[in-house]
Write a protein that binds this ligand. Structure first.
Ligand SMILES: *Cc1c(COP(=O)(O)O)cnc(C)c1O
Length: 376
């Protein structure tokens, strides 16, 4: 299994053994309880603990996260549920956690919650491996690379080696890259965590998250947390996610190829500054990204001169929806400063590149840029 290509692995991931007259991917199992006589043991007892539809999806994600290895995946109702499960199952009052200060916009809320529980939180930027400097005495290091929305990249092997040398657990938020872009467990991480709301499911129609780890004890802590908090995915969402994984390689390859073409086109435009795409050989993230990533993601970011131009640009796009989130087959873009959480300029655009034809997309973007800047 570990020698297969990504496309083959994606279409077959998590399929059960063939059974005569059964579908290749069994349908969603809707059950709050299962027939259960005598001692309450066995795989399926109560629907908050386990569900066969989750099992298929969890196996599929595990095969993508760590091909050929035995790992354990736990799926959640959202990416935030997955993130919380790692932090809150591993960290106690008096512990120290290191977070990135340029990561996902809900991390400041996570920080507040951890501090309210008596956990010390330190932060440092993703770029320049700056988290290395604040590891001393920590219980857990949280990494997000490429970071969202700034697209900085840190050296995973280097940070993980230093953390483990100091007895620090490492979790990597792999949302932006997906396992086809980067496999944190192979680079040594203890937890690979993601919002599967984004590229993993790729259609912008479900919320989901997962945690994958190698160590059964760490995995048990995460599973126990899901049972306690009840942040469980619905069977329909889990099944749709599994169905969506079959096209993961097709979607990600197309979207990453489009992202590079768009980034190259944007690089030629006068009105754009701060262009970032980790797969662009001139990008500051590229030298590290190329050593640990196999695909560079579908998000491109750049800065337009001011808020008014950025808003005109977004309004003028015909093939790109003005919407948040990223990783879907339909391109979206947004002016990130409208949320107020990220430290970005007013004209900062986060562009999520979809699976359209690259020529159409570039033409739409160039036209919208021309129109947005000519009306000054
Ligand atoms: C979206 C996102 C999350 C949160 O995921 P939800 O599914 O919205 O809960 C976490 N981390 C990153 C990097 C994200 O982009």
């Amino acid at each position: 299994m570990s020698t297969m290509g990504d496309g083959t692995r994606a279409v077959r991931a998590g399929l059960p053994e063939p059974e005569q007259y059964e579908p290749t991917l069994p349908g969603p199992v809707f059950a709050a309880h299962f027939h259960l006589s005598g001692e309450p043991t066995g795989p399926y007892t109560y629907g908050r603990d386990t569900n066969p539809t989750w099992t298929h999806l969890e196996r599929a994600i595990g095969e993508l996260e760590a091909p050929g290895e035995t790992v354990e995946t736990t799926v959640f109702a959202s990416g935030m549920a997955a993130i919380s499960s790692v932090l809150l199952s591993q960290v106690r009052s008096g512990d120290t956690v290191v977070l990135p200060d340029d990561g996902y916009q809900a991390l400041p809320l996570v920080r507040q919650q951890l501090e309210a529980y008596g956990v010390e939180v330190r932060t440092a930027p993703t770029g320049g491996d700056a988290q290395l400097a604040v590891l001393e005495g920590a219980r857990l290091l949280w990494i997000e690379t490429p970071s969202n929305p700034g697209l900085d990249v840190c050296d995973l092997r280097r940070l993980i080696e230093a953390a483990h040398g100091a007895g620090v657990l490492v979790a990597v938020d792999n949302t932006l890259a997906t396992p086809l872009g980067q496999r944190p467990l192979e680079l040594g991480a203890d937890f690979s965590v993601a919002s599967d709301t984004k590229g993993m499911t790729g259609h912008g129609d479900i919320l989901l998250g997962h945690v994958t780890c190698r160590d059964p004890e760490l995995a048990a802590g995460v599973r126990r947390w899901r049972k306690v908090v009840g942040a469980i995915p619905g069977p329909m969402e889990a099944w749709l996610a599994h169905r969506s994984l079959a096209t993961l390689e097709l979607r990600i390859d197309r979207q990453c190829a489009n992202a590079l073409v768009l980034a190259e086109a944007l690089g030629k435009r006068q009105e754009i500054t701060g262009l970032r795409y980790p797969g662009l050989p001139t990008d500051p993230s590229y030298p590290v990204a190329v050593r640990q990533m196999r695909r560079f993601g579908s998000v491109v970011s750049f800065v337009l001169p001011d808020r008014a131009i950025a808003e005109r640009f977004l309004a003028g796009l015909l093939l790109v929806d003005d919407a948040t989130s990223f990783g879907g087959v339909r391109s979206t873009a947004e002016r990130r400063a409208r949320w107020g959480g990220d430290a970005v300029p007013e004209g900062f655009i986060r562009f999520s590149v979809g699976a359209e034809d690259a020529d159409d997309l570039v033409a739409d973007v160039e036209r919208a840029l021309d129109e947005a800047t000519s009306r000054r």
